[in-house]
Design a binder for this molecule. Structure first.
Ligand code: GLA
Length: 726
């Protein structure tokens, strides 16, 4: 049993393969006791922890002044009842105040995960167990469920909360967090990944926690390029292979708030969830609102182990079944032609993809409505007959006759004002009455909280893609939400627009996967603007960034893998401009993830094409390591001149080292001269299938010399080794 409740000491214990999480039920309250190593753990109980009265911290029982909600490490916390730290839940009741104090009622331990559809969450396997605790606030008459789901083999525990209104009148949920964790001590650093469009997750920040609130957030209606919801809280000295690390993330794609606050008792409160700035929810009598699922993991051996827990969890419990198939090497039309596509160009392009040994051609933007530039056509999902004279199906049949599969671009959530859809339904966009509707990339956001919009999209896509053999969709989303309001919602429900928007998006994703079961979906939001676990739930991979330059990609890909596996990281080689060194660099950077190409191979000289054929064939000899292998980082481009890592699967190891110009290094630069494959089998010998050398497992474990790189004038070059056991 991975979840137990011991009556004698009122202790809940959640165990994973290597970790233990424990909390106690005392004074009707759930008090956190332990999160760390399972082996040799001693969990303190309230009998061990001598409470002390802290001045100015309110208590509820005159006979036990030491039990204050302000000083106890809590499993969840409520606004206004004496806990002055950031609280996880705030509900405005019918009397107008927002105070609650929930007390334990009962709990259940059951197999499987929590169904919060259409909100996605980790998929259960036969070992998955959930602890469901019911609490009640007698005054507001609301019920609270706290859920803990244990994914034993991945060392992941997920958290979330749901509120049900039993009061007979409306209440307003003003803040709803998924996770609250009070960690003992305050000597922690927080690692977060900021960025912007074309520089996603490259602002690698490691900040010491301090007295006060450290928050990362998105208010954009999307998880965003600007701040990823991943967060690690680690011991000050923790590094790649040493030290305590707690990792957190959300299965959610909208606005969020993650916060850490150290306070007077010398502990750190960690929270993750919806926050309050972009979320309020009028909850009707009998209605339930769910926070998204948050995930957490603990590693006693640094950031590397934390990442591997996350990678394992994503590969086993997040991505759809489709993602387990071998991924295609695609040739995408966007950086080749932008909007200038038509049937003949695309058929020639497909033939070129086949000629280079690729598996699929992707027709990106420009195939529908009046979409000949980015100022028109979004929303009109009907093939442009000027460009595809006989319609989609005969064209796709011509593509397939060249020997490749076919993928197509869509951006369902958006509309251009210059479109038939907007002219017919100006009230179908996210907007606030007569207030100006801001544009971004000349487009507006469809109101995905409105069922009529979802129905329209389903009908359009059914009609347009009926009997068209599509193997892949690229689902894009190219702006953030401003003027967050819905003409379709009552005034009291406007605060929930961003939340309801996401539910609408998830329900459409769900429909897509059922309507087109043979197609894989690649997610994109101007590159990696929704690089999050909820998108990964529906889509096999994500377009990591619109920036395909190898030098920036080194950073983007390195930090993306802190929280997400290579199997979701879509990486294309873009135009090398006739330069074979550049082509080699772009390729070796791209095979950090799932390889594709994105440039006009039609007007490329034969030497480049020949090299691409060689690359694709080579990639096919080790792509299983990237998609399914275990990832080990060896050198960080934020600390050294290298980005180096390896993937291991069974008897094979793919080792990669990319030499950079060191401009991303934060602080004092470290030097790495050897690459240590510490998980190589010391009793075996390996042959490098790319370079030809033979190494003993001992040699790989001791570290191999990197040797000289073939550097270009910018200081970049890359090397690959593919070791196979003899
Ligand atoms: C976004 C995507 C690109 C491309 C264009 C098409 O910018 O990130 O890859 O699909 O849209 O308009």
């Amino acid at each position: 049993m991975s979840v137990t409740f011991h009556k004698q000491d009122s202790l809940f214990r959640l165990t994973t393969k290597n970790t233990l999480y424990a909390f106690e039920l005392t004074h009707g309250t759930l008090v956190h006791r332990y999160y760390g190593k399972k082996r040799g753990a001693t969990v303190p109980t309230s009998a061990d922890i001598k409470g002390r009265v802290v001045s100015f911290s309110p208590y509820r029982d005159e006979n036990d002044k030491a039990f204050s909600l302000d000083t106890q490490p809590l499993e969840y916390s409520y606004y206004g009842s004496g806990d002055f730290r950031p609280t996880a839940l705030r509900i405005r009741n019918r009397h107008g105040d927002s105070v609650t104090c929930f007390e334990y009622v009962s709990h259940k331990i059951r197999r499987g995960a929590v169904d919060r559809a259409p909100l996605p969450s980790g998929r259960a396997d036969e070992k998955t167990q959930t602890l469901d605790i019911t609490l009640r606030d007698l005054v507001s008459d609301c019920e609270l469920h706290l859920y803990y789901t244990v994914f034993y083999d991945c060392d992941i525990i997920t958290r979330s909360a749901a509120v049900t209104n039993r009061s007979g009148a409306d209440v307003v949920v003003e803040k709803l967090m998924s996770l609250c964790l009070d960690l003992a001590g305050e000597d922690y650093d927080v690692i977060t990944l900021g960025g912007r469009h074309c520089r996603e997750r490259t602002v690698y920040q490691r900040t010491p926690l301090f007295r006060g609130n450290l928050a990362i957030t998105s208010r954009r209606g999307a998880t965003s390029h600007q701040m990823n919801p991943f967060m690690a809280v680690c011991a000050r000295g923790a590094d790649e292979n040493r030290g305590d690390v707690y990792g957190f993330n959300l299965v959610w794609s909208g606005s969020f708030l993650n916060e850490c606050e150290c306070e007077q008792t010398g502990s750190a409160r960690i929270q993750a969830g919806l926050g309050s700035e972009s979320f309020t929810y009028r909850l009707r009598d009998g209605e339930t609102v769910h926070a998204p699922e948050a995930i957490m993991t603990y590693s006693p051996t640094g950031l590397g182990t934390m990442s591997r827990h996350f990678h394992d969890f994503v590969n086993r419990h997040i991505v759809p079944e489709k993602a387990k198939e071998r991924r295609p090497v695609v040739l995408n039309s966007w950086e080749a032609f932008y909007f200038n596509i038509n049937e003949d160009i695309m058929v020639d392009f497909a033939a070129a993809a086949a000629d280079c040994g690729m598996d699929m051609v992707i027709m990106d933007d420009g195939w529908f409505g009046a979409r000949v530039h980015d100022r028109a056509g979004l929303g009109d999902w009907f093939v442009n007959r000027d460009r595809f004279r006989d319609g989609l199906r005969p064209f796709v049949e011509r593509v397939k006759a060249t020997g490749v599969k076919f993928g197509i671009w869509v951006e369902p959530e958006m509309v251009n004002p210059d479109s038939d859809l907007y002219r017919a339904h100006p009230d179908w966009v996210v907007s606030c009455r007569e207030r100006t509707r801001s544009l971004s990339r000349s487009q507006m956001v469809l109101d995905m909280s409105n069922p009529a919009v979802i129905d329209y999209l389903k009908a359009s896509f059914t009609e347009t893609f009926r009997d068209v053999p599509i193997d892949y969709f690229k689902w894009d989303m190219n702006r953030h939400i401003s003027e967050p309001g819905s003409p379709n919602l009552a005034p009291e429900d406007q605060g929930s627009l961003s939340y309801r928007y996401m539910l609408g998006v998830y329900s459409l994703f769900d429909w897509f996967t059922k309507q087109f079961p043979h197609a894989m979906i690649e997610n994109c939001s101007g590159g990696g603007g929704r690089y999050d676990l909820a998108m990964m739930y529906y889509t096999s991979q994500i377009w990591t960034s619109d920036n395909t330059g190898a030098r920036d990609r080194v950073l983007i890909q390195y930090s993306s893998q802190l929280a997400y596996p290579a199997s979701v990281m879509s990486c294309h080689v873009s135009n090398p401009k006739g330069d074979l060194h550049e082509l080699d660099l772009k390729y070796k950077v791209a095979v950090g993830g799932i390889l594709g190409y994105e440039f006009n191979v039609l007007n490329t000289d034969e030497a480049i094409k020949e090299e691409i054929r060689r690359q694709v064939a080579q990639y096919r000899t080790f792509d299983h390591l990237i998609q399914n292998g275990t990832h080990y980082r060896l050198a960080s481009p934020y600390e050294t001149e290298l980005s180096a890592y390896y993937y291991q699967l069974g008897d094979e190891i793919l080792l990669s080292a990319i030499h950079t110009n060191g401009s991303a290094v934060i602080g004092k630069k470290k030097t790495v001269t050897k690459l240590t494959v510490r998980t190589a089998d010391k009793h075996a010998s390996y042959r490098d299938l790319l370079g030809g050398g033979t190494y003993t497992g001992e040699q790989l474990r001791a570290g191999i010399e990197i040797g000289a790189f073939d550097l270009d004038e910018t200081g970049y070059g890359a090397k690959l080794w593919h070791f196979c056991k003899l």
